[in-house]
Design a binder for this molecule. Structure first.
Ligand SMILES: O=C(OP(=O)(O)O)[C@H](O)COP(=O)(O)O
Length: 262
């Protein structure tokens, strides 16, 4: 049997800590920025990439600023280190975080207290259970709908709530149609996205079952790389560009429902 050979690689990065990651609030399509810690985390990701001499030819990201800001920090840092020049950043709404419906803006620990931890885990991590839809009277409905960055979303595709499956159905066709041809043409690709978009990519690339994906959490700001064969199947596990203990703690944090507001 022919031996599988590494043909391509692909790196994925969830953005640095956002204001609402810090506040432990469901965020989704609300366009919050990075905290100072998030900015520093993105710089650390740059350092890790530079240390391993990893450059890219193109970056894909969402239209939400927490991902775009992270992508820009990576681009600027790699340019400064001389690893890349004129690195293009392509943004598309189909790589956005899933829309968190009526949970948007709510504190995760408070929702767990109100609805139970099991229900909140289903809303956060199940493959195909949507959170309840956002209503027009929701405090963040207008903020989302008046965001000029989101005018690119076709009206008939603008969601009121999404589960991982919904996100998968918009993000994976984008990945297959737009990103895969770049990878196959030999471009070194970095995808800077969100927790749920990263989980969709992990599920797709690793062929994770609908049940097993519930236990997979993606940490903020730690890039990970797949080595892929000619069919874009991963050769072995993904490699995180950070030490094991840092990765373990960051994954634990991403899984946690965190603390109530003080
Ligand atoms: O907007 C979100 O994801 P993001 O911080 O990756 O953009 C979610 O609120 C993260 O929360 P979750 O980990 O409960 O899915």
């Amino acid at each position: 049997m022919a031996e599988n050979h590494r043909k391509y690689s692909l790196t994925v990065l969830r953005h640095g800590e956002s204001e609402w990651n810090h506040d432990n609030r469901f965020c989704g399509w609300v366009d919050v920025g990075l905290t100072n810690n998030g900015l520093a985390q993105a710089q650390k990701a740059v350092e890790a990439l530079v240390e391993e001499d990893i450059g890219f030819d193109i970056i894909y990201t969402s239209v939400l600023k927490r991902a775009k800001e992270t992508a820009e920090i990576i681009r600027d840092g790699l340019e400064k280190a001389g690893l890349v020049s004129n690195l293009e950043i392509v943004e598309d709404w189909r790589l956005n975080e899933r829309h968190y419906g009526s949970l948007t803006g709510h504190n995760k620990a408070e929702m767990a207290e109100k609805y139970g931890k099991d229900q909140v885990k289903i809303w956060r991590r199940s493959y195909d259970t949507r959170p309840p839809p956002i209503s027009e009277s929701h405090p963040f409905y207008d903020k989302i709908h008046n965001n000029s960055a989101l005018t690119v979303v076709p009206k008939d595709q603008f969601p009121d709530h999404e589960c991982l499956k919904d996100l998968q159905e918009r993000a994976i066709p984008y990945f297959e149609d737009i990103i895969v041809p770049q990878i196959k043409s030999g471009q070194r690709v970095l995808i800077v996205v969100h927790g749920t978009t990263s989980r969709a990519l992990v599920k797709h690339l690793e062929d994770v079952s609908d049940e097993d994906i519930e236990e997979i959490n993606v940490p903020n700001a730690i890039p990970f790389t797949y080595e892929l064969d000619e069919k874009l199947d991963p050769l072995g596990d993904k490699t995180y560009h950070a030490d094991k203990e840092t990765v373990r703690k960051a994954i634990e944090k991403a899984a946690s429902i965190g603390k109530k507001r003080k």
